[in-house]
Design a protein around this ligand. Sequence first.
Ligand code: 5GP
Length: 181
Amino acid sequence: MAADMHQNLEILYTRQQIAERVAEMGAQITRDLNGEKLVMVGVLKGAAPFLADLARAVNVDATFDFVATSSYGCGQRSSGAVKLIKDLDEPVEGKNVLVVEDILDTGLTLNYISKLVMAHQPRSLSIAALLDKPSRRKMPIQARYIGFTIPDAYVVGYGLDYAERYRNLPDVCVIENPETN
Ligand code: 5GP
């Protein structure tokens, strides 16, 4: 699905810009791991395309796991409380864990997931977020690996949705008046 099919979408990062940045992030993660193994924990559903690309950009012995959360309430923004929908499948005790998330906004979701993973006593825990909106932060969460720092706009594409739509856009786009499209 192409962004130009929708009048209310404006491309923020093209698929090529994303691919270049993800390759750089993968190289950095590879360097930092120094030959150690990695468990990549994707946050469903939005991080699926990012995890798929990032996993192929790291040159390490990696396995995948997934968690899913939802925020109580509905609409575009987190309401505050985070609910666990799907836990880790495998214990991560003593392992290097990289939580892979589409966007870091208030930090509530990653704060919750970090605590969940830390309870398993991993060897290390880091976060990779494709996008970061630091101006919206409510929790002091920082990602070690950030793709792009963006202003406070609602974005869709490359896994990110509006009411479950637009996840399959290859570009990251700002959406305006989503109800009209
Ligand atoms: P946080 O808990 O950090 O506020 O938000 C994390 C989640 O909120 C993300 O995983 C994503 O599902 C959603 N979110 C926050 N900002 C945006 C945005 O601009 N676009 C979309 N599609 N989802 C967002």
